[in-house]
Design a protein around this ligand. Structure first.
Ligand code: NIG
Ligand code: FE
Length: 419
């Protein structure tokens, strides 16, 4: 499909091809071209420029022309942290929480991740695939073009491999760019409650090599937290995966600071995610490393826990990415637009910073920055056109609205009928 978009009010995110992430004060700058055109051919961005210098189209055959007068074009959202493959909602726990129970109290009663694992064990690969496929369609219609998906509701070999095979099939069959993460250490099954080290050994020594041999994981992950997995247990996983050539993206500092940031950064993790709690020492460690911090504001919103201190992170000179954490327990929404509004309203991020965090930095957090995350010639043609807006700020200011008009993924217009 060939597409030519003309009269774009502003074409945002035109970082030069060699920029792979944006950090610190540079996050306030979002390169853009006003009154622009954009040409798509063979699934990639073929060219773009200013309408003033436009020299005409050579070959009009099979060309779809879109007039974007009054509208903006942005690179599609890159959602680098999700648990999009799951069996069912946990709306029953939602009511428990409304009645006053905390996430921790629900987990201690056998709810939480163990509840999702029970539901997943009785669901077929086919059903899991179909429900996740539908969720991805919804995310795509909301402007998301790349998604990282974790396992972690299997908790045993059969069900972890089942989840990872579902993710592999989604990679093959869904147009969204997908990265797969083996979340080996997510929760402790009841039968291992007194033998956590045995569970870690099972995951690290027996299941991880099988996952690697089948090529099912781009990353590994652990929930490093009091009551879940220690820094040492997370390190065992990261070190074993490193030998197999699989980098880590980890859940750290969601509720408590137990040293996970330092351990992960020292081991060159691709990203450290959550960081609702963050010490000045953690900031110094991050500044000395190459790991992307990732904030998940819809998780903070849903659980009523502190927001990741985005201002502190960016003002210290660090990069930051934003993601949904889509999962049935702590963030039952895959809507990046809502995440972005929260980042402005609750974390005081500026619209330009939010776009950089949700596009190029999100792409970096899952290692797709060479093909996605900005508007650059040769990158995948995966972007969206907004409804008519007066300013970029309005995209986030009108929170809860669908401000996106059309989405293009890999050079194809996404059917928006379901919107
Ligand atoms: O990122 N914190 C750990 N994992 C998920 C929650 C998973 C669940 O509750 O099902 C998170 O918040
Ligand atoms: Fe998560």
């Amino acid at each position: 499909m060939k597409i030519f978009i003309k009269n774009i009010k502003s074409l945002y995110g035109t970082h030069s091809q060699d920029v792979s992430l944006v950090k610190g004060a540079n996050m306030k700058a979002l390169p853009c071209l006003e009154n622009a055109w954009l040409a798509v051919e063979n699934e990639t961005i073929a060219a773009f420029g200013s309408m003033e210098d436009f020299e005409g189209i050579e070959d009009w055959r099979d060309l779809t022309i879109i007039d974007a007068a009054g509208k903006f074009v942005l690179p599609g959202w890159c959602d680098s942290h999700t648990h999009t493959v799951f069996a069912a909602s946990r709306a029953e726990e939602f009511e428990d929480r409304l009645n006053g129970l905390s996430y921790e109290e629900i987990a201690n009663r056998g709810g939480g991740i163990l509840n999702s694992a029970k539901k997943l064990a009785s669901m077929s690969e086919e059903e899991l695939f179909r429900s996740a496929f539908e969720r991805l369609n919804g995310m795509m219609q909301q402007g998301t073009v790349a998604v990282e998906i974790k396992s972690g509701y299997g908790l045993d070999e059969e069900n972890e491999l089942k989840m990872l095979r579902v993710i592999k099939r989604l990679k093959d069959e869904h147009p969204i760019e997908i990265k797969s993460t083996f979340l080996a250490l997510h929760a402790i099954p009841i039968e291992y409650k007194e033998r956590v080290n045995e569970f870690v050994a099972l995951m690290v020594n027996e299941i991880l090599p099988k996952v690697a041999a089948e090529g099912l994981a781009d990353f590994v992950d652990a929930f490093c937290e009091e009551g879940y997995f220690s820094v040492d247990q997370m390190n065992q996983l990261i070190d074993a995966a490193q030998v197999l050539g699989i980098p880590a993206k980890v859940h750290v500092n969601q509720f408590n600071i137990i040293g996970g940031v330092e351990a992960a950064v020292k081991r060159n993790a691709r990203s450290v995610d959550h960081l609702e709690e963050l010490s000045d020492y953690d900031l110094q460690v991050l500044l000395a490393g190459n790991t992307m911090p990732v904030a998940l504001p819809s998780c903070s919103f849903f659980l009523r826990i502190p927001y990741t201190p985005a201002r502190k992170i960016i003002d210290a000179g660090l990069p930051l990415a934003l993601a949904t954490d889509f999962n049935p327990g702590s963030s039952p929404s895959g809507n990046m637009n809502f995440v972005n509004s929260l980042a402005c309203i609750q974390q005081r991020m500026l619209p330009n910073e939010v776009v950089n965090a949700a596009t190029l930095n999100g792409a970096f957090a899952m290692n797709v920055q060479d093909v996605l995350g900005s508007i650059a010639v040769g990158k995948k043609a995966s972007f969206f056109i907004t409804k008519p807006l007066n300013s970029l700020a309005e995209l986030f200011y009108y929170f809860g609205e669908n401000n996106i008009d059309q989405v293009v993924v890999n050079g194809n217009l996404v059917d928006s009928k379901a919107n």
